[in-house]
Design a protein around this ligand. Structure first.
Ligand SMILES: O=C(O)c1ccccc1N[C@@H]1O[C@H](COP(=O)(O)O)[C@@H](O)[C@H]1O
Length: 200
């Protein structure tokens, strides 16, 4: 079971991540509507200090494929997580520009959203609530049987993680709000959630 801690944006968060060693760390790149957004200079400075085994994921909402490919090909990030309205054509175009992994987040509001996720050409899909980074879960009863590996996101915290892992077998958990207190990363919550997921 993998764990991704998303939305770090301060040097002290890098310390928390290197101490706790999740599988993935996420950066909200160039999306100022989010309180977690980092610009490209901050991204380079923070990502450059993450320990090597931890995979660095850039979360992109409305960035161009060229800009995403450039930062991936500079080896600043290992993976692009597309978290906006990017369609299949966008994924294909981005794939023509980089060899790095491409993930796609799907806002799950209906069974049709799950069918789209199932058919996606992305290397990995995330099932999330609408919006992303809201701390709210979607209706998990929609999941039923989902026939490919996925990360479960949206409102994953110390209370909800044991409940969902009792019902579902995602490849991993992706969490942002659940690791924060007053909108700042909280090292105790990060440690607890990583321990919880690894004990499954
Ligand atoms: O975190 C954000 O601010 C964000 C903004 C825009 C798109 C995606 C964003 N975050 C992603 O959403 C998941 C779930 O977040 P949460 O745990 O419900 O707060 C997060 O892990 C990011 O991948």
């Amino acid at each position: 079971m993998k764990i991704k801690i998303c939305g770090i944006n301060r040097p002290v968060d890098v310390q928390y991540i290197n101490q706790s060693q999740p599988d993935y760390v996420g950066f909200i790149v160039n999306f100022p509507k989010s309180h977690r957004s980092v610009d490209y200079n901050q991204l380079r400075a923070l990502a450059g200090r993450i320990d090597a085994p931890i995979k660095k994921v850039g979360v992109f909402v409305d960035e161009s494929a060229e800009q995403i490919a450039q930062i991936l090909n500079e080896e600043i990030l290992d993976i692009a997580q597309l978290h906006g309205k990017q369609e299949e054509d966008f994924i294909k175009h981005l794939r023509s520009l980089t060899n790095k992994e491409i993930w796609k987040a799907f806002a799950v509001e209906s069974e049709d959203d799950l069918l789209q996720a199932e058919a996606s050409s992305a290397d990995l899909v995330l099932l999330d609530n609408k919006g992303g980074g809201t701390g709210q879960a979607f209706d998990h009863s929609l999941i039923k049987k989902f026939p490919r590996p996925y990360l479960l996101a949206g409102g994953m915290d110390e209370e909800t993680i044991p409940l969902v892992l009792d019902r579902f077998s995602p490849m991993g958990i992706d969490t942002s709000s659940g690791t924060e207190t007053n909108k700042k990363k909280d090292p105790k919550k990060i440690e607890n959630i990583i321990r919880m997921v690894r004990n499954v």
